[in-house]
Design a protein around this ligand. Sequence first.
Ligand SMILES: Nc1ncnc2c1ncn2[C@@H]1O[C@H](COP(=O)(O)OP(=O)(O)O)[C@@H](O)[C@H]1O
Ligand SMILES: [Mg+2]
Length: 318
Amino acid sequence: MLTHEELMAALPHTLDKTDFPELGEKYDGKVRDVYLDPDHDRRFLITTDRVSAFDRVLGLIPHKGQVLNQLAQWWFEQTADIMANHVIDVPDPNVTVGREAEPIPIEVVVRGFITGVTTTSLWYLYEQGERNPYGIALPDGLKKYDRLPHPIITPTTKAAQGQHDERTTRDEILAQGIVTPKLWQEIEEKAIALFMRGQKLAAAANLILVDTKYEIGMVDGELTLIDEIHTPDSSRFWVKDSYVPGKEPENFDKEFMRKWYAQQGYRGEGTPPTMPDEFRATIGGRYIETYEKLTSKLFEPYHGDKLGRIRGNLSKYL
Ligand SMILES: Nc1ncnc2c1ncn2[C@@H]1O[C@H](COP(=O)(O)OP(=O)(O)O)[C@@H](O)[C@H]1O
Ligand SMILES: [Mg+2]
């Protein structure tokens, strides 16, 4: 773990954006700078320190990009026996070179618990009286934070940039011919297997993997995990020994940030308030803590010029 002073000292060195036109055509994700290299069927994913919530970029968090990239890398290794992944190379702590995939335009969301605050969250829908959200039958009498009888898949469509994801169901996905029934069956089975592996490894770190989102694509006719996996950006984590049914557990995910925004009266509309430096440092510390708990590795911070380091590590591709 880094001290609060070390995190504060890292604030001026956050990685906001990159500019490597030699790598290929650039696409700005909310968190990653992506460079397309179609000649080699690959893309460069540079994970910056940008943080997003409410579908928008909200600021910069010290060390976040490295944590995210290295944690995703660790999880890709831990799950490669279940599903192939896009990783070709991790030439730098903030960079992954991924095989270009034909993305399946569905976010495969898996949930083990009933919780959440947004309008697509399971708890929100259930509280409104829905008993068949995402086409999945839920029993009466569930309380917020309850463990579901078994993990479920609540897919959403992948929205275009600037749009919100919309919920969908297996029936709609099949009716629209987005994937074949056989392929969707395989996606469901593998997503649940990935989630169970995630829960098992999280439990060993005294964490609960509450829910998560997978992005999947096709590479050479094979289902392939793309983007990231089981990071605090794509998943909820609760502290296992803080979990008591019916009570709000201690979390290790972006809920912490969303709550701060809610306290400022911000719920996603209009201009967001600016995060104070102290708070940005605290969030950075939480990302690092999650990484260290899960991987049992010590996070190795870099204090120099990150852009220079990245350029050097990518020189073989330039
Ligand atoms: N191997 C891959 N093949 C094709 N697309 C990918 C691959 N890996 C990641 N992506 C896409 O690259 C983008 C990564 O940038 P990110 O910052 O996560 O964007 P977003 O704001 O859309 O979440 C996402 O749109 C993701 O779907
Ligand atoms: Mg993303």
